[in-house]
Write a protein that binds this ligand. Sequence first.
Ligand SMILES: *Cc1c(COP(=O)(O)O)cnc(C)c1O
Length: 347
Amino acid sequence: MVTTPSSTDAGPPATTTAFGATFVDHMAVAEFSGGAWGTPRLDPVAPLALHPAAHVLHYGSACFEGLKAHRGVDGIVRVFRLDRHVARMQRSAEVLVLPVPPTELLTQMVTDTVRAGLDQVPEPPGSLYLRPTLIGVDPNIGSAARPSDDALLYVLASPVGDYFAGGLRALVVAVSRQPRTTPQFGVVKTGANYAMALGVTRRANEELGADQVLFAPDGRVEETGASNFVLLDGERLVTPALTDAFLHGVTRDSLLRVAADLGYEVEERTVTLDDLVAWAARPDAEAALSGTAAALSPVGQLVLDGERIDVGTGQVGPHAVRLRDALREVQTAARPDPAGWLTDVRP
Ligand SMILES: *Cc1c(COP(=O)(O)O)cnc(C)c1O
């Protein structure tokens, strides 16, 4: 059951629902209190009872993950790269001085949530988007310089359709020389980072018609507000080498492997704005954004210092489409699992 009026319809939800606004009606929940994690339970999705002084509401003690379960071509539902997402959430919790959820606990909570929503996992290209969330709940506004002793962990699940339901569209991306966030939070999936990128992204949207902002502090390309960045052509996939200043995307990592398996040369290196402009000028050049929600989104145009620069033809390119399809084939078990990336969830 999905918590929308249309949820009485039989079968998987339509693939036209807005991304992230429809939820499976149960979520796994665990509390950390008195220095220990309690037993996880399955609760109905409902407003949380939080004290108005809760640490998260004042001092930003929150982190999350975003991962997906896909219905395979054989009908079996599988979570994609669960171990990597669990590890990243543990790292986020550590940086935010929140209680670190043990691997077994978080793994079980994700699979419990998927199991509770098994009949709500849409057919591909839809999927079940999973949102583990960890927040500090100490009711004490005197705790500005102290971590929260108590925390709440829950895993929301949202049936989602194809991110590009109206067809794949080449995005317009404005380039900023500002950093997206502070370097010490670069690898952390925490709300504060998105709040920081919001103003500049909205301005780019309103003033330049840009879909996203690509952050390139000191002229070195990092990522957009919620995606990693890749350059493509018929031979290569090039992406900025990992640093602590930007998020280590699981999609990015997966694409590197899938592209190599398809015969592309993969390069992780520094990408300067000069490199980017030179790349875009070539007729066969492509660029794309990578992330769990939208998989691989082609970029057709950059806006840099007021100038509009087409990437290659400015259209959706064949290599972004090919890699995007190949990744989906891995996720839906239509192509062999390269390295234990899929976790089955059985009834
Ligand atoms: C989530 C996210 C990504 C993409 O990570 P995936 O693991 O591929 O989903 C990239 N950058 C930022 C800032 C993100 O929040």
